[in-house]
Design a protein around this ligand. Structure first.
Ligand code: UD1
Ligand code: CA
Length: 455
């Protein structure tokens, strides 16, 4: 039997108080809707229809290829949204239909698969027990214990409200039953909407599928729930990495996007944020306090107290403390970007060092060169960016200004404090500074300001 999925994601997300569509907020770096769709796909269901709000091209764009999206023009409730999805899908009389809310990112593949496997025909409602049922639809049972209805909190009497057994907007229906119930939904409730929960009353008695871990069912309506979901997801991600052989001194202070790739033997100190397509190879030690996005950190590298954006850090490279590596930075094997060093769109060759207080932009540095403290590539001439090329075994003296475009040949030296405006040939020393003058006996001749006698 074919299982088709409908994801309800057209709600306004009013409680987020934010222009971004609710389901595009991210949990561990991945949009909420993609977690939901990913769990459904992981459970082996490929026919997926997502109901999205009007003017939400961004939501449609975030969906993986092959997932259908359909716009719900007027927000008429969860039942209305399901109707619109069914119109787009067509005849489901012979199918099973999984309906799930687009704002529940924590469901695991296993739970979705188990729910579908537990469905024995008719209707199966996913239920759970929560410490605080505020805001959730309550499960109503008859004397025999059968589920006869879901009542929204706003519409519930005191006895029903007191129940902690709740529905989480997740169901499996026989297609024929769903198609029969939807036209019978009425808007005679507090919100004047067509509630999908009412389909349960229409089709009752229905089966319940209980999820023990209620945290999986957390729906996101507000920023505090978003933060709670993010924390739970990160906990899961960190647990999986620790099982895979990653050391974390404090998993609660380690922030890894779902998109990050780590090797066994990586060591992470607290305050590490790894985002986007970041990878860390075996034996690398990262943190404390590193923010890295879309960057790679090679085998045995050491990175601490630093920010990396679109940077490639090679094997055995040393970064920080307090380095800023901007897009296009490539640090080859055994090189170094030390304290208060900023590098952008530049290559640092194997074994070369930029140990302290430097700005390297639009440059290429060869092998085993040393860049003295305070060195700056003056890469912007006021109109465009210019390149600096530094060869192998070069010694750049402290506080050198390299006024680009400029090339320093292999084995060349620059004297401390020089403003280098012309190319330096291999093996030469370039010094550009005025001669030091000395005035002997100056202090005695002048006297000291605080001592008119000159003693
Ligand atoms: C809904 C359920 C409630 C359940 C709770 C679990 C109903 C009437 N209530 O309440 O029983 O305990 O979820 O999280 O179903 N949506 C649309 N179109 C609409 C309205 C909503 O697509 O017209 C989508 C929303 O984007 C959301 C989902 O349906 O993803 C649930 O809607 P929401 O407004 O969050 O419902 P709750 O009040 O949380
Ligand atoms: Ca909700």
């Amino acid at each position: 039997m074919t299982v088709r999925a409908i994801v309800l994601a057209a709600g306004k997300g009013t409680r987020m108080k934010c222009d971004l569509p609710k389901v595009l907020h991210t949990v561990a770096g991945r949009p909420i809707i993609n977690w939901v769709v990913g769990a459904i796909q992981g459970a082996g269901i490929s026919d997926i229809t997502v109901v999205i709000p009007p003017d939400s091209d961004a939501v449609a764009a975030a969906l993986p290829a092959g997932v259908r999206s359909v716009v719900q023009q007027d927000r008429g409730g969860t039942g209305h949204a399901t109707k619109i999805a069914l119109e787009a899908i067509g005849d489901v009389a012979k199918d099973q239909v999984l309906v799930i809310a687009g704002d529940t990112p924590l469901f695991t593949v296993e739970t979705i698969a188990a729910l579908v496997a537990a469905h024995r025909g008719g209707t199966t409602v996913l239920i759970t027990r929560v410490p605080d049922p505020t805001g959730y639809g309550r499960i109503v049972r008859n004397r025999a214990g059968d589920i006869t209805a879901i009542v929204e909190e706003r519409d519930a009497d005191a006895a029903t409200r007191a129940s902690d057994e709740v529905a989480m907007s997740t169901y499996v229906f026989d297609g024929a039953a769903l198609a029969r119930a939807l036209p019978r939904l009425r808007r005679d409730n507090a919100k004047k909407e067509e509630y999908l929960t009412d389909a349960v009353g229409i089709l009752a008695p229905v089966a319940g599928f209980e999820v023990e871990d209620h945290r999986q069912t957390l729906g996101i309506n507000s920023h505090d729930q978003l933060a709670a979901a993010d924390a739970l997801m990160r906990e899961r991600i960190n647990e999986a990495w620790m099982v895979a052989g990653v050391w974390m001194q404090d998993p609660y202070a380690t922030y890894l996007d779902a998109t990050v790739a780590l090797s066994p033997g990586v060591r992470l100190y607290p305050g590490v944020h790894l985002e986007g397509a970041t990878s860390v190879a075996a034996g690398a030690v990262v943190g404390p306090q590193v923010f890295a996005i879309d960057s790679s950190i090679g085998t045995g590298a050491r990175v601490w107290y630093s920010v990396l954006r679109g940077a490639e850090v090679g094997e055995q490279v040393d970064v920080g403390p307090f380095a800023s590596l901007r897009p296009g930075t490539v640090l080859h094997r055994g090189s170094k970007a030390g304290t208060f060093v900023e590098i952008k769109a530049s290559t640092v060759g194997p074994g070369s060092k930029v140990p302290h207080l430097a700005y390297i932009g639009d440059a290429s540095i060869g092998e085993d060169s040393n860049i003295g403290a305070g060195t700056i590539t003056c890469n912007f001439d006021g109109f465009r960016k210019q390149r600096t090329v530094i060869g192998d075994h070069v010694f750049i003296g402290s506080d050198t200004m390299l006024v680009a475009p400029v090339e320093i040949g292999d084995g060349a030296f620059t004297g401390a404090g020089s403003a280098i405006t012309r190319d330096v040939s291999p093996g030469s020393l370039a010094v550009e500074r005025s001669q030091q003058r000395e005035v002997p006996g100056y202090a005695a001749r002048r006297g000291r300001a605080d001592d008119p006698e000159g003693e």
